[in-house]
Design a protein around this ligand. Sequence first.
Ligand code: 5GP
Ligand code: MN
Ligand code: MN
Length: 334
Amino acid sequence: ADWTAAVAAVRQLPADARVLLICHVNPDGDALGSMLGFGLGLRRLGVRRLQATFPGPPEVPEPFRGLPGLDLLVPATEAYPDPELVVCFDAASESRLGELADRLTGAGAAVVLDHHASNTGFGDVNLVDPRAAATSVVAEELLARLDVPLDAGIAECLYVALTTDTGSFRFEATTPAVHQMAARLLATGIRPGDISRRVFDTRPFGAVRLFGEVLGRARLEPAAAGGHGLVWTYATQDDLARHDQRPYVLEALIDSVRCTAEADVSCVVKQTTTGEWAVSLRSKGAVDVSRVAVALGGGGHRFAAGFTGRGTVDEVVDGIRAELPGALLKPTNA
Ligand code: 5GP
Ligand code: MN
Ligand code: MN
């Protein structure tokens, strides 16, 4: 990773430079947390003209409305068109930046912080560590190299990012270094119980009922993926409307579906406002779901990936089924 160039890109900024922070569409805890945490760090360094934004609808999902640094956010339509510096968080490619992709070409310099193995290296400076559990790991290191001390605001943002991408320290990427970083963040005095309840364990009653309906129509296909099994379900815009819920509530569904003991691969197909399908894929280890996602026009990590599907739900799931045999990592049970 090119730390020296990234540090120089920040240190060389004129006092009145405009800095724009961006992250991937449909931002999750790592995208928002690493972006806002780094933004608060830049503010401590004295960067005055500083904006953060993300593509798509400007609404911040309810679980993240308590994040420090939210005042940095502006709607994408109002973000600096040609800033001196762009810093991009948690996006593997320009396609994940939607209408903000043009900010990279218009910027004086583009620094990319990411942890996807599939990252295309679309920045002028690319800090991409596929072994990092979250983009916030990269963000913390860059802040340290810029001599920005952690405060509680920065730490809370980076903690949300770290817990999101490690499944609250449950996934394989949870190394000793991850726990050491968590210890540094907690040492600032942030309250992990409050933060986790807000971010992971709070949803409207309507969403609880919606989950009941959507989980009730889940399908188990034990023979799929060479006998390792597939479990899947879907949620439509009509489901959301009937329960008066916003699309972000569906992000937590995959965590209930992937509990299924009889399936290695799990999938949730979520209809978007434009009538396409946002597809989430997870694997317990027998299948490289990023291969499935890439084959269908998306991307992600080995055991957590996604893509945008078109057509009917059945057509989308047919497409996944067809890619599973080619994505097997382990011998089949057959
Ligand atoms: P999730 O299922 O939580 O939305 O996404 C899991 C992972 O899959 C994300 O971390 C991201 O790397 C990847 N991902 C999800 N949707 C897409 C997509 O439409 N395109 C690409 N390239 N990657 C995606
Ligand atoms: Mn992400
Ligand atoms: Mn991430």
